[in-house]
Design a binder for this molecule. Structure first.
Ligand code: NAG
Ligand code: NAG
Length: 290
C-alpha cells in the first residue's frame, strides 16, 4: 500500500547503476549530473508523480525501475519519457495507473520490455503504444482492462509476448489481434470474465488458426457467462456454443430446400400439363390440315 513504507534490501550495485531507496528528491535537479547513468532503480518507494522533464538529464538510461510506487491514476502529458531513447526496459508495475495518455511512451524507440501489470488500467487506447517499434514484451496482466481499441496493437511489429491475463475482458475483436503484424506473438488471456457465446468462440477459433498468433493458456480460458457455463473451459464448451445458431441455419436450410423442391415439382407438373395441352392442340391442327 502507498501508505506503508516498504524498503527492499540492497541489491547488486553496478558501476553504472543507482539504486535509490526512500527517495525524497526533486528531479531533474537530483539527476542533474547523471547523464552517464544506465540503470536507475526507484522501485519500492512512495513516488506519487514524475516531474514532466525528469528524463532530460538521463539520456543514457537503459533500464528504469519504478515498480511498487504510488504513481497516480493518469500517466499523462506533460510527463513523458521523450529523452530516453536508449531505454530498453521500463517497469511501471504495481502502481495506481488507470490510464496512460497518448504519446507518453513516444521517444522510447529502443524499448524492448514494458511492464504495466498490477495497475488499474481500463482501456488499451489507440495511440498509447505508438512508436514502440522494438517492443518485444508487454505485460498488461492484472489490470482492469475491458476494452482494447481495434488498432491499438497495430504499431507493435516486434511484439513476442502480450500478457493480458487477470483483466476484465468479456469479449474480443478478431481485428484487434489480426492487426499484429509480427513473426510470432504469444498471448495470455486466462483469468478474464469471458462471456462465452458463439461470437467469442468464433473469434478464438480464428485467432487459433492464425499461424503467428499463439494463445499460450487457451486451456485455462474459462467462461463467466452464461451462468450455466461459469467456470467451464472455453476449449471444452466451444463446440456447443454455436449449436443454437447451427440449428437455426439448419431449419432455414431445410425450409429453403423444401420450398425449392416443391417449386420444382410444381413446375414439372405444369410443364407436363402444358406439354399435354400443346400436344392436344398440335394433334387438332394436324387433324384439321389433313
Ligand atoms: C474497473 O473498471 C470499471 C469500468 O470498466 C469500473 O466501473 C470499476 O470500478 C473498475 N474497478 C476497479 C477496481 O478499478
Ligand atoms: C493453467 O492453470 C493451472 C492452474 O492454475 C496452472 O498450473 C497451469 O500452469 C496453467 N496452464 C497454462 C498453460 O497457463
Amino acid at each position: 500500500s502507498c501508505n506503508d513504507t516498504v524498503t527492499k534490501g540492497e541489491e547488486d550495485l553496478e558501476m553504472s547503476t543507482v539504486d535509490v531507496k526512500d527517495a525524497s528528491f526533486s528531479p531533474p535537479q537530483a539527476f542533474f549530473s547523471l547523464s552517464f547513468l544506465e540503470k536507475l532503480d526507484l522501485s519500492w518507494n512512495q513516488l506519487t508523480s514524475l516531474p514532466a522533464d525528469f528524463s532530460a538529464s538521463l539520456s543514457a538510461l537503459r533500464e528504469l525501475r519504478l515498480e511498487h510506487n504510488c504513481l497516480p491514476e493518469c500517466l499523462c502529458p506533460p510527463v513523458s519519457f521523450e529523452y530516453l531513447d536508449n531505454m530498453e526496459k521500463l517497469d511501471l508495475s504495481h502502481n495506481q495507473l488507470v490510464s496512460v495518455g497518448p504519446g507518453v511512451f513516444r521517444g522510447l524507440s529502443r524499448l524492448r520490455q514494458l511492464y504495466l501489470h498490477h495497475n488499474r488500467l481500463r482501456v488499451v487506447q489507440q495511440g498509447s503504444l505508438d512508436m514502440l517499434p522494438g517492443l518485444e514484451v508487454l505485460h498488461l496482466s492484472h489490470n482492469n482492462i475491458s476494452q482494447i481499441d481495434s488498432s491499438a496493437l497495430a504499431p507493435l511489429y516486434s511484439l513476442a509476448v502480450l500478457a493480458l491475463e487477470g483483466n476484465n475482458l468479456h469479449h474480443l475483436k478478431f481485428k484487434t489481434f489480426i492487426s499484429l503484424h509480427t513473426t510470432a506473438t504469444h498471448i495470455q488471456l486466462s483469468g478474464n470474465p469471458w462471456s462465452c457465446d458463439c461470437e467469442l468462440h468464433r473469434v478464438f477459433s480464428k485467432i487459433l488458426y492464425v499461424r503467428h498468433l499463439h494463445i499460450d493458456d487457451y486451456r485455462n480460458v474459462t467462461c463467466q457467462d452464461p451462468p450455466q457455463l461459469a467456470g467451464a473451459s472455453l476449449a471444452w464448451v466451444d463446440s456447443q456454443l454455436c449449436i443454437a445458431e447451427t440449428a437455426t441455419v439448419l431449419v432455414i436450410t431445410i425450409t429453403v430446400l423444401v420450398t425449392v423442391v416443391a417449386a420444382l415439382v410444381m413446375a414439372e407438373r405444369n410443364r407436363k400439363r402444358n406439354h399435354g395441352k400443346n400436344w392436344d392442340t398440335e394433334s387438332q391442327n394436324q387433324t384439321q390440315s389433313s
